[in-house]
Design a protein around this ligand. Structure first.
Ligand code: SF4
Length: 325
């Protein structure tokens, strides 16, 4: 039985947008809408969806950079939004984030070694000599050498900068890493190196990953389970193999059909993702305006994320009755 490291329950984050200078009406946007999700210890959970679907808001909630409108996130059984200052500090040691853009996430005035050891200084771990030693050891683990320790970020390539970002995230020996589009700003040739590095480090450091990406090929490569997000909701959750071999939700099918494949797989009917997203005020399924399978009930009731078996969940009224195309 897998152990839950993180349990997200009924998590919602709403923003109120003003209508602008000529419009006094305000709009409410649900960036994250009533999400239930578990992350098991030792797994890589892939979170995939188009940009703007709420993936990064979820990451910001999980790192307590934002507070939810409702719901909670439990880490090892404790609600992170009830932490006091000390508990929050300990949580931030345990949960680290790797950012998308290694160019803007590093301080240009700090050397690689200073950047990597900074979290040790903030958390007052070890003396100067110990911090340098630990930081150099982590540099070696991520494929950087000691001659590079005193170089500044502009002296590194994009892939090397992301290695510095990874080393900085690892230096506190966290349990959970939230990797938010960690390879999307890198060249394709470098992406594979960084993905392989992250896979190796997961084993070496006994890590758990929440791996966020818009790229289904990346998620396929790294994830044990995959959660598909659409307009702030999880619409499908399943084992990696099941998501890619027998996607159930029409949105997952469309995402997969839109992925360019170089492998000679079975002939796929390419379906373009088209249509407008549903307005917040509309009833029914959030995907109805783009769904080729829409039925009468879809306009009336929003489908819930239903459990199909131990590992598979889908939020669609027609789950199981949509034929392979
Ligand atoms: Fe499409 Fe209806 Fe399923 Fe929504 S509930 S994805 S509209 S078939």
């Amino acid at each position: 039985m897998p152990i839950s490291l993180v349990e997200i329950r009924e998590l919602t984050k709403k923003y109120t947008l003003s209508g602008g200078f000529f419009n006094s009406q305000r709009r409410i946007i649900h960036a994250v809408n009533n999400i239930d999700l578990r992350i098991f210890k030792g797994e890589t959970l892939g979170l995939v969806g188009e940009s703007g679907c709420g993936k990064s808001t979820l990451a910001r909630l999980m790192t307590r950079l934002e507070k939810p409108s409702s719901g909670f996130v439990n880490f090892k059984g404790e609600n992170i939004f009830s932490y006091d200052k000390e508990a929050l500090k300990a949580y931030r040691r345990n949960v680290q984030i790797i950012f998308q853009d290694p160019y803007s996430s590093l301080n240009p005035r700090k050397s690689a070694l200073s950047t990597i050891k900074e979290p040790l200084t903030i958390h007052r771990i070890g003396d100067k000599k110990t911090r340098n030693k630990v930081a150099l050891e982590i540099m070696a683990k991520v494929g950087l050498n000691s001659q590079q320790a005193n170089r500044y970020s502009h002296e590194f390539s994009g892939g090397q900068r992301q290695r510095i970002g990874i080393a900085r995230a690892l230096v506190l020996n966290p349990e959970l890493i939230i990797a938010d589009e960690p390879v999307s700003s890198l060249d394709v040739s470098i992406q594979a190196q960084i993905l392989n590095l992250l896979r190796d480090l997961k084993n070496d450091f006994n890590l758990t990953y929440l791996f966020i990406s818009h790229d289904l090929n990346v998620i396929r490569y790294v994830a044990d389970r995959v959660a598909v997000m659409y307009l702030g909701r999880i619409v499908e959750l399943a084992l990696n193999k099941d998501i890619y071999d027998r996607p159930l939700h029409p949105y997952t099918r469309m995402l997969l059909a839109a992925v360019p494949s170089c492998a000679p797989r079975k002939k796929e009917k390419i379906i373009k993702i088209k249509g407008e997203a549903r307005a917040e005020s509309d009833k029914g399924c959030p995907f109805q305006n783009r769904c080729p399978y829409k039925a009468e009930i879809c306009a009336k009731e929003e489908p819930r994320l239903e459990k199909l078996d131990e590992q598979s969940f889908c939020a669609c009224h027609l789950t199981g009755s949509i034929q392979e195309s």
